[in-house]
Write a protein that binds this ligand. Structure first.
Ligand SMILES: [Zn+2]
Length: 376
C-alpha cells in the first residue's frame, strides 16, 4: 500500500486524544504519571503537553514535593473552560440548552417554549441558536442535538419519534452550517453516558441506564460508548411488555413498562384512586401512595430482571422520580431478585439515583466523547 504520510500525524492526533481523556478523568496529574498510565514514551507525552500548554488548554500547577529520588514532577491540569461543548434537547413544545466546560460543569443554560410539530421550522430555529453559540463562544468544540425517538447517530437521521410526531428526518443537514462538530442522538442515550461519569463507574464495565420521565427509555453503555443495536432501538425498555392486559401504549401494544411507571402513567394512577391526588400532593394520602409505589416498583423489578438476564450488565442505574420513595426501591429490588438467576443478581449492582441526570449535560458530554474518540 502506498504510504500517504498520514500515519505519524494520525498516531500523534490519537495519542493527544488519549492524553485528553486521561487528563479529564484524573483532573490533576504529571507528564511522568501520564506516560506510565498510557504506556507512551515520556518524550511523546511531553511534546503533546507542551502543545496543549501553548494553545492554552493545559496549565502547569507547580512542582510536587517528593521524598523519592529522580526528576521532580510538575503537576499539570486541563483548563476546562478552554474546551466548551453544548447540548440542545428537544421535547414536545420545549427546548433546553446548556453550555458546559470540559468537566461537565454548566456555564450557561436556557429553556424556552416553541412549536415542535413540524421539523422544518424547529430545525431552522436550532440552526440559528447554534450559529449564535458558535459566534459567542470561540472555545466551543461542538454541539449535540438530542431528541426523543429512534435515531441513527452516525447519519444524524431520525427514523421515528412518537413524542414529536416526526418520521424520516435529516436532523443535521439543516443545522450544520459553520458548526465543526455537530451530533444528533436520542437524549436518553446521552443521559446514559453521563450516568457512568456521575457515579464514577468503571468505564470498562457494562452499565445499563434506565430513565423514567414522560416516557421510559434506556441504554447500554459499553467501554464508554452507547450500544445502539442494528436498528437503533437497543435499550428501549419502555416497550417491554410487563402486563399484557395493561393499558394501550403509543406503540400500539398493551401493558408496556412505559404505560405503567412513566410520570404520566403514575400521575394517572394517583388521580384514579383519589381525585386530585398527585405525586406533588403525596402527603395527603400516604397509604395510597405507598401502595402505588410498591406496584410501580414491582413492575420495574420485572423489567430489571429481564435486563439482567439478557445483558448481564455490571451496573444498572435507575433514574426515576420515584427513587426517593423507599417502598418503590424495595419492591423493585425484591422483584428483580426473584426474576433473575441468583448468580446474575449477586453480580449486578443496582443504583437508584437520588439526584436525577440532566440529559442536556449528557449531550454536551457526548460531544467530548466523540472529540476524544480515535480517528482513522
Ligand atoms: Zn409500547
Amino acid at each position: 500500500m502506498k504510504d500517504t504520510g498520514k500515519g505519524p500525524a494520525l498516531l500523534r492526533l490519537n495519542n493527544e486524544k488519549r492524553v485528553m481523556t486521561a487528563l479529564r478523568h484524573q483532573r490533576v496529574t504529571s507528564r511522568q504519571d501520564l506516560s506510565r498510565a498510557l504506556a507512551l514514551s515520556k518524550n511523546t507525552v511531553s511534546l503533546i503537553i507542551d502543545d496543549l500548554i501553548a494553545t492554552g488548554r493545559v496549565e502547569e500547577r507547580g512542582a510536587v514535593t517528593s521524598s523519592g529520588v529522580g526528576r521532580r514532577k510538575i503537576e499539570i491540569a486541563l483548563r476546562p473552560e478552554m474546551l466548551q461543548t453544548a447540548g440542545i434537547m428537544v421535547e414536545r413544545q420545549r427546548v433546553h440548552m446548556r453550555v458546559c466546560d470540559y468537566f461537565s460543569q454548566v456555564l450557561e443554560e436556557k429553556s424556552w417554549q416553541t412549536q415542535t410539530q413540524a421539523p422544518g421550522p424547529l430545525l431552522a430555529e436550532l440552526a440559528q441558536c447554534c450559529q449564535q453559540l458558535a459566534l459567542a463562544r470561540p472555545a466551543l468544540l461542538g454541539i449535540a442535538l438530542g431528541f426523543p425517538g429512534i435515531i441513527d447517530p452516525q447519519r444524524g437521521w431520525m427514523h421515528h419519534s412518537s413524542h414529536l410526531g416526526w418520521s424520516e428526518t435529516n436532523l443535521l443537514a439543516p443545522v450544520q452550517a459553520g458548526i465543526t462538530l455537530l451530533l444528533a442522538m436520542n437524549s436518553v442515550k446521552a443521559a446514559a453516558l453521563l450516568s457512568v461519569q456521575q457515579l464514577r463507574l468503571d468505564p470498562s464495565d457494562n452499565c445499563f441506564y434506565l430513565r423514567v420521565a414522560e416516557g421510559v427509555g434506556g441504554a447500554l453503555v459499553r467501554g464508554g460508548s452507547v450500544y445502539t443495536g442494528s436498528s437503533w432501538t437497543a435499550g428501549e425498555v419502555g416497550h417491554l411488555t410487563i402486563d399484557s392486559q395493561g393499558p394501550r401504549c403509543t406503540c400500539g401494544r398493551n401493558g408496556c413498562l412505559e404505560t405503567l411507571i412513566s410520570i404520566p402513567a403514575v400521575q394517572r394512577q394517583f388521580a384514579e384512586r383519589v381525585p386530585g391526588l398527585s405525586w406533588e400532593k403525596r402527603e395527603c394520602a400516604p397509604e395510597m401512595v405507598d401502595e402505588l409505589m410498591v406496584q410501580a416498583g414491582d413492575r420495574l423489578g420485572i423489567a430489571l430482571g429481564q435486563i439482567m438476564l439478557l445483558l448481564n450488565p455490571a451496573n444498572i442505574v435507575v433514574d426515576a422520580p420515584w427513587s426517593h420513595h423507599p417502598r418503590f426501591v424495595a419492591a423493585a429490588q425484591q422483584r428483580a431478585q426473584s426474576s433473575a438467576l441468583g448468580f446474575t443478581v449477586q453480580h449486578t449492582r443496582l443504583h437508584f439515583l437520588q439526584e436525577r441526570i440532566d440529559p442536556v449535560t449528557g449531550l454536551a458530554l457526548a460531544v467530548i466523547e466523540r472529540y476524544e474518540s480515535p480517528v482513522g
